[in-house]
Write a protein that binds this ligand. Structure first.
Ligand code: PGA
Length: 251
């Protein structure tokens, strides 16, 4: 994968995906927020359908979206939001829930409606996505074990929304975000097949902890052992990385 330098950004291609490496996180999150803001402002699209992600990586994305929305008086009322995953059996009012994460980071700060989160009724979640017309833009993080949403290593690429037992490494990685009660061990997650049906995908990874798994996802053979590796076959996927997350890439 040859790369072209464009100021504070390097651009390359891996299979179908664009890989953008940023010197400057401000620029990364500005460019990550832009396609969402464009969809929200596009008057030809009555109800843009957007898939959101949670986790520490995404906090600056929501900060950026909120500041742009405020500065440019953009309404998000017509956006139909979905989220990738939610802990199972957790009270939605629990501050550690992804319901609360979205409320605090986006819903309380803009006029966007309350997001759809997967729960026990996985079929109704799938049906809601279909009824909305499918996801136009899906944001993704990546776990240090290569998971996307809570699709842990070994999950079939054609999986639909399902209930999962979290991997030990995920329980360990997420323990830092759990302040109320014990670390959840089960979740409901959008499937990999469901995610891949999104019309476009932006996967964001920052920090050195993600460097090795980003190398595996982009430079090793595509395998269900690294769920994120399949994202590079999507025709409209962009990996947005800071220099630390990209630091193990050979090319
Ligand atoms: P993180 O989580 O942003 O908190 O690292 C990412 C993920 O597990 O998908």
């Amino acid at each position: 994968m040859g790369s072209i330098s464009e100021g504070t950004r390097r651009v390359s291609k891996v299979d179908g995906a664009r890989v953008l490496v940023y010197k400057d996180r401000e620029r990364l999150f500005g460019e990550a927020a832009a396609p969402f803001l464009d969809l929200a402002r596009n008057r030809d699209i009555r109800h843009p359908v957007v898939g959101f992600a949670t986790g520490g990586t995404m906090v600056p994305l929501y900060k950026r979206i909120v500041s742009e929305v405020k500065a440019n008086r953009i309404s998000l009322r017509h956006v139909i939001p979905f989220n990738l995953d939610e802990y199972l059996g957790m009270d939605p009012r629990n501050p550690d829930s992804y319901r609360n994460y979205m409320k605090v980071n986006l819903e309380d700060l803009t006029d966007i409606r309350s997001t759809h989160l997967p729960g026990r009724d996985v079929l109704s979640f799938e049906r809601s996505i279909k009824d909305a017309g499918g996801i136009d833009l899906q944001y993704l993080g990546i776990g240090t074990n290569g998971h996307i949403a809570f699709n842990e290593p070994g999950t079939p690429f054609d999986s639909r929304t399902h209930i999962v037992d979290l991997a030990d490494s995920t329980i360990h990685d997420n323990a830092k975000y759990i302040n109320n009660g014990s670390s959840p061990t089960r979740a409901s997650t959008m499937g990999i097949g469901t995610i891949l049906e999104s019309r476009s995908i932006i996967l964001i990874a920052t920090g050195v902890a993600k460097a090795e798994i980003i190398r595996e996802a982009l430079e090793e053979p595509i395998t269900e052992h690294v769920p994120a590796s399949i994202v590079r076959m999507h025709p409209r996927a962009t990996f947005m990385l800071d220099e630390e997350a990209a630091s193990q890439l050979r090319h």
